[in-house]
Design a protein around this ligand. Structure first.
Ligand code: KG4
Ligand code: ZN
Length: 343
């Protein structure tokens, strides 16, 4: 079994072929950062236009590079929700057209589900530790989502907590913007933080005292603005590393503490970190420290943590096996469906 996977839910166009044995045969992505950078954020209209011009050539390229034709495929799988509706539309319409033209089954996938199952992917450089399996606690953190899930099987995801306002990546990006570090700025904050003093400035750790697994990052923005307002432009530049380190520590602290709490609450000793923010070096270090307290911590390689089609391909394989085929009426949706998650 081999599926062709398409991911266009936000600003990355990605195409992959994933096999029944979890192997990623090929995964190619086109990043749109340069197109959105001048606007200081993702412009939905620009994102969908870019998908429109990039997707078909990328599919051609993936098929050529893999040496496969449509006859070697068992299905077409596509991210159908949640995401930017115009972006999703491009992927879904393309997938429907190819499925009809090539007479292949069509599978619609929830994007977050892809992030959560990414640790099962295998390639020449990555495989999860042997014995890795359900159930586990999954923390999916990116520019668009910050969710804690109990993942107990394919299609069995229970939301344990979520952000009540900004996503973690969004918080990094907004802070980076305030410091003039460009967009998306998460990686720049991480880089500067490496040489900074995380105790120099005090940022709030929101919702840590509350007995739930939700996050809130919008207060950090206000705190950052207040701190920056007190500094001269030259001081901001001089103290940029300390500002970044202090800010980053606050975000990471909350993410890791809530991750551990989720594990305690569910009694699970296995946790997965995924999504673009898992690129953060401090988050990786602190999450991996959970191993010292007896947790198995799995962080897929970055290529499968940031938005990518391989993760959508693996969910597609699982769904195809389960006979969960979509019809030509598959419709993209900006929101997840209620029955995507267990209540
Ligand atoms: O998963 P992703 O590639 O796209 C979606 O948002 O779905 O995540 C991108 C997010 C951006 O907000 C970016 O600033 C953040 O991940 N990010 C980071 C780092 N690298 C990327 N945030 C903190 N530290 C990083 N090293
Ligand atoms: Zn994502």
């Amino acid at each position: 079994m081999r599926v062709l996977a398409i991911e266009t839910s936000c600003d990355d166009t990605s195409v992959a072929i994933v096999c029944e044995d979890r192997r990623v045969l090929i995964c190619q992505s086109a990043n749109q950062d340069l197109a959105h950078e001048p606007f200081g954020g993702i412009v939905p209209e620009v994102a969908s236009r870019n998908h429109t011009s990039t997707l078909m050539p990328l599919i051609d390229q993936v098929l050529k590079k893999s040496g496969l034709t449509s006859q070697d495929l068992s299905g077409i799988t596509v991210t159908a929700r949640p995401g930017l509706i115009g972006s999703l539309l491009v992927g879904v319409v393309t997938a429907k057209t190819l499925a009809a033209a090539w007479n292949l089954p069509l599978i619609g996938v929830n994007h977050i589900e892809g992030h959560l199952l990414a640790p099962f992917l295998i390639d020449d450089e990555f495989a999860a530790p042997s014995g890795f399996d359900f159930p586990y606690v999954g923390l999916a953190v990116s520019g668009g989502h910050s969710h804690l899930f109990l993942v107990s099987g394919v299609g069995r995801y229970q939301i344990l907590g979520a952000t009540v306002d900004d996503a973690a990546g969004e918080a990094f990006d907004k802070f980076a913007k305030m410091l003039g570090l460009g967009f998306p700025g998460g990686a720049a904050v991480d880089r500067l933080a490496k040489t900074g003093d995380a105790n120099r400035f005090t940022f709030p750790r929101a919702m840590l005292k509350e007995d739930n697994l939700n996050f809130s990052f919008s207060g950090l923005k206000t705190a950052a603005q207040l701190i920056l307002n007190r500094l001269e432009a030259s001081e901001r530049r001089e103290m940029a590393s300390d500002l970044c380190a202090s800010f980053q520590e606050a975000v990471v602290d909350v993410l890791v503490q809530k991750l551990e709490r989720a594990a305690q609450k569910t009694g699970l000793k296995r946790v997965v970190l995924t999504g673009g923010v898992s690129a953060n070096s401090r988050l990786r270090v602190k999450a991996l420290q959970l191993q010292e307290r007896g947790y198995q911590v799995v962080i897929p390689p970055l290529r499968y943590c940031t938005d990518n089609a391989a993760m959508i391909g693996w969910v597609g394989v699982e769904k195809l096996r389960l006979g969960q085929i979509a019809g030509q009426d598959l419709a993209p949706s900006a929101q997840a469906h209620q029955d995507d998650y267990l209540q």
